[in-house]
Each structure stands twice: as structure tokens, then as C-alpha cells.
Design a protein around this ligand. Structure first.
Ligand code: SAH
Length: 346
């Protein structure tokens, strides 16, 4: 019989799965898996040896293995490549900020969206991660951080993959993460980033969980956006901005628009003017991201001058903009490169 993974089950699911045992066992096991970092039944010393052996015959509790760890030279960012039993590997990033510790998780192995500047999409998409696998990225990071007296304070769903394409698993994971028997993480500490799958934004509104929505905009006109992001041919700017407005209105939360500055492509004053125009009057922030160049792609970094001018233009034209610091640029912080390097080695 194939062994079943208990990790990723909610408490009610565990109770059903372990219905032969007294109910409090499910709670003990959940606490051990989700709060105390148990990676096997052997770590659950309050269970009798016999029970541990019985459980281990039918179940397991964690499945990911750390294949690589990279630390940025400034010590602020650590990136892990985690591998699941089927060989699928994903990147998880820890970012140590002065206001707390953030982690960035992947939701798919590879990505099918085809954004022209992005590394995640180079090898296509292999599969969705399960809720348990995404939770494992987080619980792994939490336990890693305990050693430095830190914990996961904020979660950004901005790693590899498109969350709206793995919607149900992402929501299941967030609801589980919110439970007191896991990390009890507030929804307000969570950001979900989408390339602009409009129906997904409306589904997220329906969930009624107050997470921050981040929209990867990257261009101020349909023509340019369709050139660099194929998704724009399906959901255009008018539909996308309307969905962003509806999200802000329904949740009362300001939407973040991500805007990668691609040297010479979308970073001129004219682009800044167009961007300010389409966002004016909207409950929005703009996060400017200097491109992290990908070897296989032909985009250039923006100049320092172009970044500053773009930033200044937005802020003097009524748009609240920030420039993203480049955490861990020396370890390619968020760009799926570790996974691909690992694939190339095979
Ligand atoms: N699919 C989601 C989340 C993953 S991408 C989305 O598109 O939002 C997370 C963020 O990283 C997005 O804003 C994405 O556009 C950005 N990104 C992708 N490639 C990048 C690169 N080469 N340099 C800088 N940011 C990049």
C-alpha cells in the first residue's frame, strides 16, 4: 500500500483520517507537524513507540528535501531549492527586513504564462503544487528561522508560478496557515501576486479573506503589455484595472501594481506619463522593480537615471510609488534560476 502524507491536512481531515484513534491524537500530530517542525513520527515522543511504528507504516509527514541553500552576501536573503519525492523542485526565499521576516513561495513547478522577461516560464510548467507542498515551504522556512530567533512574519506569493491557476490549493493553504494549530498567520500579512487573470481576482474577492492583491502590470498600454505578457491578449488593461478597483472597493485594501522597469522598453518619461494617467484616482500603489536580467532573454536593466526619473514622475503626479530594493540580487533572489540550473545538471 502506498503511504499517505498527513502533512497538508486540516485538523478535521486528520480526525477523519485517524478516526481509529482517540480524537486528541489528531490534534497532537497537527501540533507536532505544523508548530514544532516534526519531520517524522519518531519526533512525536508523546505517542507510544507502537503507535509511532503503526503510523509510520501507513503515513508520512514531510516530503521535501533541501537540495541547495544559497545565502546572499549581505546576509539578508536565503534561497532554498526544495525537492519533492516525484523530483519536482521549487524555490523558496527568505527575506530578512528590518520590519520583520518575509518569505516568498512558489505555487507551481515552472509557469505556463509566458511573460517575456521572466525566467520561470522558460521550461514551461510541470505541475501545480498541492496545498501541503506550499505549506511545507512555509513550515520549513519557519523552522529554519527559529534557529536565528526569527519567524515568518509575512508571506508573499510571488515565487514561481501563477497563483490564480492553482487557486483552490492556494486558498486551502492560506486557510490552513491561518489556523491556530499552524502558524495562525493573519491574512493581512499575505500578498498574492497575479499576472492578471481577471476571473481569479473575482474569485479571490468571493473568498472574503483580506489579503493584499498585487497585480503585475509592467506596461501602461495594451499594445506594449500584449507584447511582453501574452495574458494581456485575453484580459486587457480595461478589464484588469476594473478588477483591481473592484478588489480595492470590496476589501478596502489598496492594490499594488508591480512595474518592472525594462531598459528602453517601458521606462521612458512617456511611459511614466501613461502609467500615471491610467492609475490616477485609483486606490493603488506602484512598486517599481528594476529588471533582474535573465540570460536567455533580450531585456536590459534600466539605468539608474531612468529609475529615478520614473519614480519621481509618478510621485509628483499623484501616484504613490516605491522602488523595490533588490534583495539578494547576487543569488538571483526570485527568478527560478536555481531550479533551472538544477535541471540542466541532470
Ligand atoms: N505569476 C505571478 C507571481 C509570480 S512572478 C505574477 O505574475 O505576478 C512575481 C513577480 O516577479 C512578478 O511581478 C513578475 O512580473 C516579477 N518578475 C518576473 N521576472 C522578473 C525579472 N526578470 N526581474 C524582475 N522581476 C521579475
Amino acid at each position: 500500500m502506498e503511504k499517505k502524507n498527513l502533512f497538508g491536512m486540516t485538523l478535521p481531515e486528520l480526525e477523519t483520517e485517524l478516526s481509529d484513534l482517540p480524537k486528541f491524537r489528531a490534534k497532537q500530530i497537527a501540533g507536532r507537524m505544523y508548530r514544532q517542525g516534526a519531520t517524522s513520527f519518531d519526533d512525536m515522543t508523546e505517542l507510544s513507540k507502537n503507535l509511532r511504528e503503526d503510523l509510520a507504516k501507513k503515513y508520512f509527514v514531510r516530503s521535501a528535501e533541501v537540495v541547495r541553500q544559497l545565502d546572499s552576501s549581505d546576509g539578508l536573503t536565503t534561497k532554498f531549492l526544495l525537492k519533492f519525492p516525484d523530483g519536482a523542485a521549487v524555490e523558496t526565499v527568505i527575506m530578512r527586513h528590518d520590519y520583520g521576516t518575509g518569505i516568498c513561495i512558489s505555487v507551481q513547478v515552472g509557469c505556463p504564462m509566458g511573460c517575456k522577461f521572466c525566467a520561470s516560464t522558460l521550461k514551461n510548467s510541470e505541475r501545480n503544487l498541492t496545498a501541503g507542498e506550499m505549506l511545507e515551504e512555509i513550515i520549513f522556512a519557519e523552522n529554519f528561522l527559529h534557529r536565528e530567533n526569527r519567524k515568518v512574519d509575512t508571506l508573499v506569493i510571488m515565487g514561481t508560478g501563477e497563483p490564480m491557476l492553482n487557486f483552490d490549493n492556494v486558498i486551502k493553504m492560506l486557510r490552513l496557515l491561518h489556523e491556530e494549530y499552524t502558524l495562525g498567520l493573519s491574512y493581512r500579512k499575505v500578498t498574492i501576486s497575479t499576472c492578471g487573470i481577471v476571473p481569479g481576482i473575482y474569485k479571490l474577492i468571493e473568498e472574503k479573506i483580506p489579503v493584499t492583491l498585487s497585480i503585475s502590470l509592467h506596461a501602461p498600454t495594451d499594445k506594449l503589455r500584449s507584447e511582453i505578457m501574452p495574458v494581456n491578449s485575453i484580459f486587457d488593461l480595461t478589464q484588469l484595472l476594473k478588477a483591481g478597483d473592484d478588489y480595492a472597493e470590496e476589501t478596502g485594501r489598496r492594490v499594488t501594481y508591480e512595474y518592472i522597469l525594462l531598459g528602453g522598453v517601458n521606462d521612458t518619461e512617456e511611459h511614466a506619463r501613461q502609467l500615471a494617467k491610467i492609475l490616477s484616482g485609483r486606490l493603488a500603489n506602484v512598486n517599481l522593480i528594476p529588471l533582474n536580467p535573465v540570460d536567455e532573454r533580450n531585456f536590459q536593466k534600466p539605468t539608474h537615471n531612468a529609475i529615478q526619473k520614473f519614480f519621481h514622475f509618478l510621485n509628483t503626479h499623484g501616484i504613490n510609488a516605491t522602488i523595490r530594493k533588490e534583495p539578494g540580487a547576487d543569488i538571483d533572489a526570485a527568478c527560478d534560476r536555481l531550479r533551472r540550473k538544477n535541471l540542466e545538471k541532470k
